[in-house]
Design a protein around this ligand. Structure first.
Ligand code: SF4
Length: 305
């Protein structure tokens, strides 16, 4: 890991839908070493000005915690509205260096100190290390920890997400978080055509999520995105693991950006049915209402105290 200069780390969110209702976003790290072969963050459109940089090399922003504290102090002075800080949309905040560097943990300590909410998305079981801080933040602000699981098949997982935690460890992290009363759920995207787009996989993820104590399972579309940069990387790696599959993609989807599974409707029905059977939230508006409600509950607690 190397350090890179940074001016700002916590930025206002323009489109709330992207980060599940967060008001701000934070990326302490740039790049990610989980190695997911479908990663959209590899797309050229995100890499203007630094095309030579390898996305798989993690960079941490210099003086990150000092900058975050300065930004939170300034924002508190100018704007008293509740802030919810989202992280995990462009790089995983729990990459392999976080265990030692504890930068994400340091940021959570600051969110607790400055009474900000947080929404985290990760593919690492390391997130459960910070259960104590998520519990503490939940006492004053909304918390939502989303762990992405695209397959329960360990072998397939190694092919498509080579350095991320094994699916069983991700479900174990959900269990640890839910036992600590942290609002958490499973994110299922992307769904990869001809690889993870089968009912058995979808139902198994939902079942395991429910068994682990997840509050919700989220799937915002049955497909994936492919554009310049991530398409080439995806195809190159598909070719290594599954010869012939790249050609099937090219024949079916050409150069489409939105790649929708051919059986998307059947998968959507199976997904909704399985979530209802397991009493799990799955609609974005219900999920957002639920984790925001935690804040309302806490507010009322304070009012009576
Ligand atoms: S964890 Fe997320 S950011 Fe990291 S490689 Fe995978 S998809 Fe990309």
């Amino acid at each position: 890991m190397r350090y890179i200069p940074a001016k700002k780390i916590v930025l206002p969110v323009k489109n709330e839908i992207d980060l599940f209702g967060s008001t701000h976003m934070m990326n302490i790290y740039r790049g990610c070493d989980h190695g997911c072969i479908y990663c959209d963050s590899r797309s050229e459109c995100y890499r203007s000005g630094r095309p030579e940089e390898d996305f798989g090399t993690v960079c941490a922003k210099e003086n990150a915690l000092f900058l975050i504290e300065k930004e939170l102090q300034a924002r508190r002075r100018h704007d008293t509205a509740k802030k919810i800080i989202g992280t995990g949309s462009m790089s995983d905040p729990y990459n392999s260096f976080e265990k030692e560097s504890e930068l994400t943990r340091g940021a959570l300590l600051l969110f607790d100190k400055y009474r900000c909410g947080v929404c985290v998305i990760t593919k690492s079981a390391l997130v459960s290390r910070d259960a104590d801080l998520f519990t503490s933040i939940s006492k004053h602000s909304p918390v939502n920890v989303g762990i992405t699981v695209t397959t329960t098949d360990e072998t397939l997982c190694r092919e498509i997400e080579p350095n991320a935690s094994a699916p069983a460890r991700r479900f174990k992290a959900i269990k640890t978080l839910s036992e600590a009363d942290v609002f958490c759920g499973v994110h299922m995207n992307p769904i990869l055509p001809f690889l993870t787009d089968n009912e058995k996989n979808i139902r198994k993820i939902v079942e395991e999520a429910a068994a682990a104590g997840s509050s919700y399972v989220l799937c915002y579309g049955f497909g994936m995105t492919l554009r310049k940069g991530n398409r080439e990387y995806y195809y190159e790696n598909l070719d290594k693991a599954r010869p012939g599959l790249k050609e099937k993609y090219m024949k079916t989807y050409g150069r489409k950006y939105n790649v929708v599974c051919e059986n998307a409707e059947e998968l959507a029905a199976a997904f909704a049915g399985e979530c209802e059977k397991n009493d799990l939230l799955y609609r974005v508006k219900d999920i957002n209402a639920a984790w925001k409600k935690e804040k309302t509950k806490q507010k009322k607690l304070f009012e009576y105290e």
